[in-house]
Design a protein around this ligand. Sequence first.
Ligand SMILES: C[S@@+](CC[C@H](N)C(=O)[O-])C[C@H]1O[C@@H](n2cnc3c(N)ncnc32)[C@H](O)[C@@H]1O
Length: 343
Amino acid sequence: MNSEGKARLKQASGKKEKIITISEKSPEEKLYESLKKYEIPDYLLYTGADGTNNWLKLEGYGTFPVARQLKIMLEKNVASIIRFIPACMSLVSVGVGNGEKERVLLEELIKKNRAEKLASEKVSIHYYPVDINNQFVDIALEKVKDLPVEKKGIVGFIEDMPLLKKHWHLPVLFCILGNSFCNYEPEFLLQLVHENLEQGDLFFFDANLIPAQGSGEEEQSARKSILGTYASRENALFNIYPLLQYGMAPEDFDFELLLAHVDSRIGALYRTRKSLNILKDAEIRIGPETIDFKEGDVIRMGFTYKYTYEQVLAFLDICGFEVLKAFLSEDRTNTMILAKKRI
Ligand SMILES: C[S@@+](CC[C@H](N)C(=O)[O-])C[C@H]1O[C@@H](n2cnc3c(N)ncnc32)[C@H](O)[C@@H]1O
């Protein structure tokens, strides 16, 4: 996932509250270029009007509870998180999606701000919803339109964090919510965040976990539940949508999802591996372009790490973060962590 170094800056026409920092290539052009390389990076599943609707639908399904469980966890614990956050802090949330979790955080931050400040020294809270999908940024802005915060949406890639940060008012609470943390190489993401946060900024993220690593029954049942969630019909449909939309039939290919061990500096980790395996010669038409796939071709897709809680803490430690407050659900399948750069 990257914006191919073509990031540029422009103020969205007529909308002062939004800044666009990504290249002008349409989602279709990007999909065409990726498919030619036998790849569909995950971010393309979220782009365009269809990507917006598909994600909003998937998030609402009972069989794909990841984002919803994390929202419930946030609602339950928001008051205790906010205790660690200075009332004047700006909120930046990357991969904001529909912005529901951010509203929960902002409401609590506003309450704290009101309780702590005298009217004469009123300090505004700045909010920056960031997403690669323009529509999600609009939805997130709309979601907080009645809240007394200064809002500026940013359409951009997290990979361009050095460029994004030029737009925000310090100090920031930098959020990556909805299990997005697990969709990146851990050290790449944590180094990126570490390099671009200032002393005084805070980092807040959540993750859906595997409760245990080992060879016991517990691990078998955890594996089964992960595969059940990610291989569910609804998640499969979300992943295969680009092929169906551009002309393939469901019987032309198979969606495969595996859970494999991968090596890392802190030992073996679980990571899902997704691919679309072509079963019959078939053609895809994207605008004026066509791509032919042959039986046996494999289209590689994105991945999700499934860490244990201890593994997340180990990565934070080796990447120079200090945990201020961590929450772990009783069944050890969900966590939320507030951290800062170690001095
Ligand atoms: C799993 S969804 C999470 C949405 C939301 N945070 C939630 O909790 O429901 C991932 C979000 O990240 C966005 N996204 C994907 N890749 C991104 C990238 N490289 N940079 C910024 N946003 C990205 C997607 O458009 C999508 O809105």
